[in-house]
Design a protein around this ligand. Structure first.
Ligand code: BGC
Length: 722
């Protein structure tokens, strides 16, 4: 039965799923593979000499931090090319849920707390993947914004919050990217599993938005396949014979009509027909991994966000560097779970610096490497792995079982990089000598995250461990004694607590989990071969518990949540911090550079297409750099309560040399100023402030425009009388 998947892929080892073939009708099985950071397949195949390594691109949170849709489209295209050449027909990406809680285990796989930024980035990603003839899948529709309780949790959210915040990025990406597929999420939405929710899958997605692609379930989502098919799910993944039987029984009992089944089968056949496989494409097994490495590097470089810099960066090319923190030597490339990848290599920060001929203190390195080595060996214990492999060989489907085992070993390796190895293993005397003989200290703080679990509000995860605190304090003290600077690199999946230690150090660079080229991109930013140009795609809180969603997190009951209420409603991220005057550590859209930019000449004109906003950005510093200009709109008086301001447009400049300027034009369709009043979208008449800035709190230019009449739109954006 076509509408039930065939399980893990047999055609492409390690791919997450496959559709069923119907030999007598010539219907081919197509291959579906994760994930957001690159094609997640097994790099080795039995009896085959070739390898199938895939590029580890930066995670989506990094892609969003570039604020550069053109670059993200190129990343998508490269992922599409790898999928194509490795025989993958549909990518299970991009993921597009919201950064609602900093603890979300998949925060690295999602773009932003802002629906416009997330939607535009996802659309660019989709366009890129699909330009290669490979399908993209928007996931997880909708409300899978935390991992705690994800298989069962009932998300309670108002229709306004859903339409303005949670559904909006999907809507934008569907309109502007035209993805072939959407994956319905594990969780429930207002009482019904998303995969069994007719309002979501049929009313909103298909009828209101006109989506004409395929809807699949997340892997093993929901509890009733019959309800899934009725509600609008076309393909149940990964699928099992038991589900086929349940559907056939339901059909025999008259619970599923021919019409419904035909609609679902048609959607699957359409997807199969669009696939490269059906069009006779023969994968070469040889994507251009070298070119893709360059794109991964570029995206990593543009996604790094400089939070603080007190004359510490860039460091001079001839500097002698003492590298602390295990992440300096075993840098975490990406998150785990289905967002993981198997690349050819990962360039650590130490290797990236050495490749650029930077002197890395060998004694500090030796201590880390020898300590880590012991843990590494423990984590990947060859003995244990061998036994598991033998067991797998005796017990059935090698492809699936061995892939899972290899993944498991990789997980252990990745976790080993971040588990609690105490790091302040240096004596005062040693640190003093290191500070004397080097010019700068760099401390890497690494964290990893995965689907299935949220990040812990605990030491070693959201908070530094005591030994990490001591390391930061003692290295800073030692280096500052000789007037030398200390730089912290945050090799993290999402925000961590910084306020308690940030004053001790001179610079903080967020490198996130930026893929296989992490070391090279980090080195080039540290050395000033490129100016940082990333900006935060989410608010970096001072205090975890000031995040509005933390009030109800993780839901009720706390130890095993089955319901979570989005009580902050539309006030997610900066919409909350700005409206309720709460000071974050670093605001949405923040990120500094090695150069400075001047904004000038703001004009706003109303045209048939909307508000045409023009201004100039000039590089008035002494280094080349790119700036991300952001346009926020604030309704000065409205009947409906609204956030203080909302992002309505953005633009990343080209690389501007010192003295160079760029004229920027951003057009905002008037309907994009609308809020949802419970029944329809409305742009109220009155004054709106157009706020142009370098971050959400660094507004450089403002002007006020007037909307003369109320304008109303239905849920499909047709203008209606108010
Ligand atoms: C994840 C999806 C993924 C699927 C297949 C699920 O656990 O939530 O994002 O695409 O597995 O690997």
């Amino acid at each position: 039965m076509l509408i039930v998947g065939a399980g893990f892929s047999r055609l492409v080892r390690g791919a997450a799923g496959e559709t069923r073939a119907i030999d007598r009708l010539g219907v081919l099985p197509i291959v579906l593979s994760d994930g957001p950071a690159g094609v997640r397949i097994h790099p080795l195949r039995f009896g085959v000499g070739e390898t199938f390594y895939a590029t580890a691109f930066p995670n989506e949170i990094v892609l969003a931090s570039t604020w550069n849709p053109e670059l993200v489209e190129r990343v998508g295209k490269a992922i599409g090319e790898e999928a194509k050449e490795y025989g993958v027909d549909v990518m299970l990406s991009p993921a597009i849920n919201m950064h609602r809680v900093p603890l979300c285990g998949r925060i690295f796989e999602y773009f932003s707390e802002d629906p416009l930024l997330a939607g535009e980035m996802a659309a660019a990603y989709v366009r890129g993947v699909q330009s290669e003839g490979v399908g993209a899948t928007l996931k997880h529709f909708v409300g899978n914004d935390q991992e705690a309780g994800r298989m069962v949790i009932n998300v309670i959210a108002s229709e306004r919050a859903l339409r303005e915040v949670y559904l909006r990025p999907f809507e934008i990406a569907i309109k502007k990217g035209k993805p072939w597929a959407v994956m319905a999420a594990y969780n429930k939405l207002n009482g019904l599993y998303c995969t069994q929710n007719p309002w979501l899958l049929t009313e909103v997605l298909r009828k209101e938005w006109g989506f004409d692609g395929l809807v699949m379930t997340d892997w093993g989502a929901g509890d009733n396949p019959v309800e899934q098919v009725k509600a609008g799910t076309d393909l149940i993944m990964p699928g099992s014979d038991d589900i086929v039987k349940r559907l056939l029984d339901a059909y025999k009992q008259g619970l599923l009509s021919d019409d419904i089944i035909n609609q679902r089968v048609k959607a699957v056949l359409n997807l199969v027909a669009k696939s490269l496989k059906a069009r006779g494409y023969k994968p070469s097994g040889k994507p251009n991994l070298d070119d893709h490495a360059k794109i991964a590097y570029e995206a990593a470089l543009e996604g790094m966000v400089l939070l603080k810099n007190e004359a510490a960066l860039p460091i001079v090319e001839k500097a002698r560097v003492a590298l602390f923190g295990r992440g300096s030597y075993w840098t975490v490339k990406g998150g785990l779970g289905s967002g993981d990848t198997c690349p050819r290599y990962v360039v650590s920060i130490a290797d990236g610096l050495k490749e650029r001929n930077v002197f890395v203190d060998p004694e500090v390195e030796k201590i880390y490497v020898s300590t880590l080595h012991r843990f590494f060996e423990f984590g990947t214990s060859q003995q244990v792995f061998k036994q598991m492999r033998e067991w797998a060989l005796k017990n059935g489907d090698m492809n699936a079982v061995e892939f899972l085992l290899t993944q498991f070993v990789e997980w252990m390796m990745e976790w080993t990089r971040t588990i609690n190895i105490q790091e302040d293993f240096f004596t005062d005397e040693f640190l003093d000598e290191v500070a004397q003989r080097n010019d700068v200290a760099i401390i890497t703080i690494s964290r990893v995250a995965t689907e299935g679990f949220d990040r812990a509000p605990a030491q070693g995860d959201f908070y530094l461990r005591d030994d990490e605190h001591r390391l930061v304090a003692r290295v800073s003290q030692a280096f500052h004694r000789y007037g030398k600077k200390v730089v912290v690199l945050l090799n993290v999946a999402g925000p961590i607590e910084v306020v308690s230690w940030m004053d001790k150090v001179d610079a903080i660079l967020v490198i996130w989990l930026p893929g296989q080229e992490v070391g090279r991109a980090t080195a080039d930013i540290l050395l000033g071969r490129a100016s940082p140009s990333g900006k935060l795609p989410l608010t970096w809180p001072r205090n975890l518990f000031e995040t509005p969603a933390m009030r109800a997190y993780p839901g009720e009951p706390k130890d095993n949540p089955v319901q979570v209420v989005y009580s902050e409603d539309i006030y997610i991220g900066y919409r909350y911090y700005d409206t309720f005057n709460v000071e974050p550590a670093y605001e949405f859209g923040y990120g500094i550079s090695y150069t400075t930019f001047e904004y000038k000449g703001l004009t706003v004109e109303k045209s048939g297409e909307g508000l045409v906003i023009k201004f100039k950005v000039k590089n008035v510093g002494s280094r080349s750099g790119k700036e991300v200009a952001q346009v926020y709109v604030r309704a000065l008086a409205s009947k409906l309560t609204k956030p203080f301001q909302e992002l309505k447009g953005f633009h990343k400049t080209k690389l501007l040399s010192p003295g160079e300027e760029e004229l920027i034009t951003i057009t905002i369709p008037v309907e994009n100023l609308a809020s949802f009043n419970g029944r329809y979208w409305i742009v109220e008449k009155g004054q709106y402030e157009i706020r142009v800035g370098s971050s959400s709190r660094d507004i450089r230019l403002k002007t006020v425009i007037e909307i003369d009449n109320d304008m109303c739109f239905d849920v499909s954006w047709r203008q209606i009388t108010c």
